[in-house]
Design a protein around this ligand. Structure first.
Ligand code: CTP
Length: 402
């Protein structure tokens, strides 16, 4: 798969780098994509719509109303048509509006209606790019799961030199192609992934659980399946579901059931990734009937659950790869390293709870991966999909190196 037959919207706002966008449109069209160009009114000062409509073979749209007919340009259906929206160049002004949901022109209305992935290539003068407001807006947009194509360093239209140049159109084209080109490096591999929380029943109506949404584990399962693996997903209670046909989902409720389900599958797995947030303790007894209120206090007696990951670490053979997660709030790296050694893992993915948009329930995550050979790799804030890809990339590098 490539960009061929993909529906791509290019959104241009009013910056000098707009003059480079015809080349991007040409590259996409040559590769077989369907391209719809949208421009903000200010963008017309920097590049002509005639050039862009000629190259895209589509009328360029700027307004809600078609010029001479009085007909409506439907921003909602355009948003739904797109497989990807690429904003290039994005000015500080459009960036701020995108971050805050201000839809005061046609391009932004389409953006607000679209459900597809979004790529953003900012371009502005260096001080505007370095301004805390711009940085905060970029961070916010990244937290929505959008891919930022950072500005590069060089000569700027102001005559100054620094960061603020839009990435070159050829490189933006490469980013788009990579986005649509799945890797097949896990073909023939069996991957076992756990996701979600566990619910430990106290009585028929109450349980002990945690805030895990299952998003990270499901993103890993989806990414592995897209790369050709046969995937078993053992999932705790979550309303989210993996969709890829190569994923078989086994649903469980509590830690003991997860232990059994994982052990059922483990011997066949080449790669096991324990992303689930498994309860460490479970009620010593589950009451058969709803516990009634009897006094001002209540004592609940808990016993430890079995550590699933540690039990897999003891069992694993030389050609199986075992990956755990660690959620830490202090001495993060030292504690994660201890877990990696104690549980006999190949990697451990450390989640930071200090990062505002990372961890439980967010669409983004910021992780550090520690490997058994002593590497410590810090990643920036990324979408959970991108984090999943990073983990699988590392698995592949590791297999090649072994
Ligand atoms: N894990 C597991 N079985 C458990 C508890 C945790 O398999 N009963 C796995 C998790 O899926 C995760 C890893 O162990 O991959 C680390 O989980 P975490 O809660 O961070 O660590 P614990 O080992 O439980 O240690 P602590 O809670 O003391 O930090």
């Amino acid at each position: 798969m490539s960009v061929k037959d993909k529906n791509i919207i290019i959104g241009i706002s009013g910056g000098i780098a707009a003059y480079k966008i015809p080349l991007l449109v040409r590259l996409l069209k040559k590769a077989g994509a369907n391209v719809q160009v949208l421009m903000t009114p200010a963008a017309h000062d920097f590049v002509t719509s005639v050039t862009l409509s000629t190259l895209s073979e589509q009328a360029v749209l700027t307004d809600f109303i078609k010029d001479d007919t009085g007909l409506w340009n439907n921003h909602v259906s355009l948003g739904q048509w797109a497989d990807l929206m690429v904003f290039a160049p994005v000015t500080a002004n459009t960036l701020a509006k995108m971050a805050n949901g201000q839809a005061d022109n046609f391009l932004l209305a389409v953006y607000m209606s679209a459900k597809c992935p979004v790529m953003i290539a900012p371009a502005m003068d260096l001080d505007m790019y370095a301004h805390p407001a711009t940085k905060a807006n970029l961070k916010k947009l990244q937290s929505y799961g959008y891919e930022i194509i950072p500005a590069t360093e060089g000569e700027l239209a102001s005559g100054l030199t620094g960061y603020g140049r839009m990435e070159e159109p050829e490189n933006i084209f490469d980013r788009i192609s990579t986005f649509f080109t799945p890797k097949n490096d896990l073909t023939g591999k069996k991957v076992l992934v756990t996701a979600g929380p566990t619910y430990e029943s106290i009585d028929p109506v109450r349980f002990i659980g945690n805030h895990s949404s299952g998003k990270m584990g499901i993103a890993i399962a989806e990414a592995a399946a897209e790369r050709g693996a046969d995937v078993v997903l053992v999932s705790g209670p979550t309303h989210l579901q993996a969709k890829h046909p190569a994923i078989r989902t086994v649903k469980v409720q509590n830690a003991a059931q997860m232990y059994d389900a994982v052990h059922n599958e483990f011997d066949n797995a080449d790669i096991t990734i324990m992303a689930a947030a498994v309860a460490d303790f479970t009620p010593e007894q589950t009451a058969g009937q709803k516990i009634k209120k009897t006094g001002d206090t209540m004592m609940l007696s808990l016993k430890p659950t079995k550590d699933i990951l540690a039990s897999l670490g003891q069992k694993k053979t030389g050609n199986q790869i075992l990956i755990g997660f660690a959620m830490e709030t202090e001495n993060e790296k030292a504690n994660a390293l201890k877990k990696l050694r104690k549980k006999n893992l190949d990697f451990i993915v450390l989640n930071s709870l200090r990062e505002k948009n990372a961890g439980f329930k967010h669409d983004t995550n910021r992780v550090t991966i520690l490997t058994k050979s002593g590497d410590i790799i810090d990643y920036p804030l990324k979408t959970k999909k991108e984090v999943a890809a990073d983990i699988l990339d590392l698995v592949n590098e590791f297999q090649v190196a072994e």
